[in-house]
Ligand binder design. Structure first.
Ligand SMILES: [Zn+2]
Length: 77
């Protein structure tokens, strides 16, 4: 069963990812938190220097700390 598509959320202003072209970690431009096929969250954005698309997988904790996160029903608090 396919999961419904999760709309991308804006990434935190301080979000960073690794640029394979620059071979350096940089703050992402146009950063977004997206959900990938396996249900994990990833930070997606552009390198501010060369414009290459950057992607970094996030832990659930990191993804949850992103702003505008949908309130997920927590069980067993
Ligand atoms: Zn770059």
């Amino acid at each position: 069963m396919a999961l419904p598509e999760t709309p991308a959320r804006p990434a935190p202003a301080n979000a960073e990812a690794y640029c394979v072209k620059c071979k350096a970690t940089r703050p992402v431009s146009d950063g977004q938190i997206v959900t990938v096929k396996n249900g994990k969250s990833a930070l997606k954005g552009k390198c501010p220097v060369c414009g290459t698309t950057m992607m970094k997988f996030l832990s659930n904790k990191q993804a949850a700390s992103a702003p505008a996160a949908p309130a997920a029903p927590a069980e067993g608090g």
